[in-house]
Design a protein around this ligand. Sequence first.
Ligand code: BGC
Length: 767
Amino acid sequence: MERIYTTQRWDMADLPLQETLFHNANGYLGVRGALEEGLPQGADTMRGTYINGFYELVPMKQAEKLTNVLEEKESMINVGDPQGLRIAVDGQWFHQLEGEMLSYRRSLDMDAGITSREMVWRSPKGHQVAISFRRLASFVLPEMFTIDCRVTALNFAGTVEVESTQLALVRNYADPNDPRLAHSSQCHLVPAGHVFKGDASYLSVTTRHSGLKLTGGVRHWTDLAPSAARWEYDPQEHQAAYRCTFHLEQGQSLRLVKYCVFADSRRSDDTLAHAMTAMEKGYGRMDWLYEQQRLELDGFWKNAGTCIQGDGEANLSMQFNLYQLFQSAGKDGLCSIAAKGLSGEGYEGHYFWDTEMYMMPFFTLTMPQLARKLLGYRYLTLPQARENARLLGHKKGALYPWRTITGQECSGYFPAGTAQYHIVGDIAYAVANYYIATDDRDYMIREGAEILLETARLWMEVGHEYQGSFRIHCVTGPDEYTCIVNNNYYTNACAQHNLRWAVRAMELLKQWGAYERWAARLQVEPGEAEAFAHAADIMFLPYDEALDINPQDDSFLEKPVWDFDATPPENHPLLLHYHPLQLYRYQVCKQADTVLAHVLFGQLERLETRRNSFAYYEKVTTHDSSLSNCIFCIDACRLGLRAKARSYFGDSIKTDLMNTHGNTKDGIHTANMGGCYLAVVSGFAGLELEENAIRLNPFLPEDWTGLSFRFQYHGSHLAFDMEGDGYTLKLESGRGVTVHTPEGQYQLEEPGQQLAGAVAGAVGQGG
Ligand code: BGC
């Protein structure tokens, strides 16, 4: 299977979207696919380059002073512009929007890990040139981004001039009317030195307030000798430009490679030295970089390859989504995955619960080492989570921030931010899930158990016992159109799971002889585990007998239902058209909430209650968040609502490639991408993991002919393949695995052994 996404469209209105779709990233740096030659003044472009976890502190001023509400947040900033590369043929500067474009093709090759733009252009004077740009953000040398340019003189002999720029004092993108973007556009950087070393230029900058430093370097390689070549540095603007001239015969080509590196002070003490070393490693080795990129991706697809047969569009989107997850994931343990990855400035580069609940399952199942790094980021920020808990008045435990970069709370609007305490249970869920999938005891002992303990402690602080059950008040669940409520079903179910897993982790540590020292270090009190277990046992989970559903919270059903008929389609997402309080007073959900709880903790409820709840929430959910359709898809699979499951999947899978939410120009929707993977693996294939066994309950949507993926469980590699009415699960390597299917229990003992099954019958009727 070839994984290539191509477009031949290039009108101005599409360019910001293409900047996102064709961005290059590697988990450390991300460069949007802006045009090398630039755009006319005033054109909409987010010409950004980002470093994962590199931020500035910006004001988050409250209109009225609210005690212990922070007034400063971290915001991912645009760190420079290495993209400028202008070409003139016989004095005519090439531009997509001038002269005549005779052919145009833009591609993302997900096997090779490169993007490209290939054009044949006729200048206003009639010179025809073939120009191509291939770009790569290296997976093996994460500091490096390259632009590999070729210019061929098709119908003339003459001069080709190149002007390659390196800008340091760039601004951030802003939209004052969209709460999902920064409010004002600013340059957050100040000059901190410039060095020419040989034919490379290095520009350093520091942030104004966060005290971070960054060095960017640029050096060029050409296959023809330039007749003139020189760097110029402009101290006023703190920018550099490299200009060179060539003579081309008709039919002759020039190849010019622009090697760019970045190094930042969160990862190295001497950013200049680090940038120079990275440049030395990669400079002049374009073929090696291409080869390594492909090797890295071969490994990625081998482990993570997931294929939908019979629906080419859905399959291409699937490949796109998985590739983007890999591009976006921080791989050094110091950072995580932002809601928009490294593709744009939406949500200011913040990490949310998106990582743990929507993306981690993909990494846990396909790249457990990377999953551990991502969890490692949460362990690293546990001290800040403890501090945050104190700020909110909790004497014990850790309260993870709703959105953050380094661990401090960065949500300016606490009702739909900090109040989402469920993030605590979400992180605990990811810890438990990772352990269940990997049996990684070392992780549990060193980091996991501590997170489970500290998060469980928080629930004991937040909740209280009332009339024989454990209640949690004044929190916001995943649905951001219903804020600050009592006993949000999802939150309570999550807390229950968290408390139970804290107890389980303590048991495991005891079994492994690792408990005593650990408990002493963390000052575990006698009876603490019993208290957790008791709170979990008596956890209040709202239930309405008359409707036989789980209400989203204590007051949800008392509210009138939002008037959906009177809401014009252009008023979606509602958050951009209605005052929050107006939304809060109605039964209207932005996204899956109780339905998500049922997907994760389905065993808590009877099938009938889940089915009724699904039907109920379907009617009041707008799916204004891209985190929603995929979850409805999984629940529909579990409830046997096959046609519905397929339709929810269809709405989810193309979110970015088809720009269905209309805002992909601000960046990709990484949570939705992980959610689509979950929909396939945990929805259609019905894969669920337990501590000592796995479960499968697959079905294939009618218009698909097959579905296959690979995953890992307890270090063993397994391959799932479904075609028509039958499927197989093969143990490819590793130790034996117990598998439960609707047909019975199986034991895969030896590598090479496989089980074959028939697709399960529907439990309910498709809608
Ligand atoms: C959703 C949140 C999500 C955030 C970042 C919001 O629109 O409601 O659940 O965490 O986007 O993706």
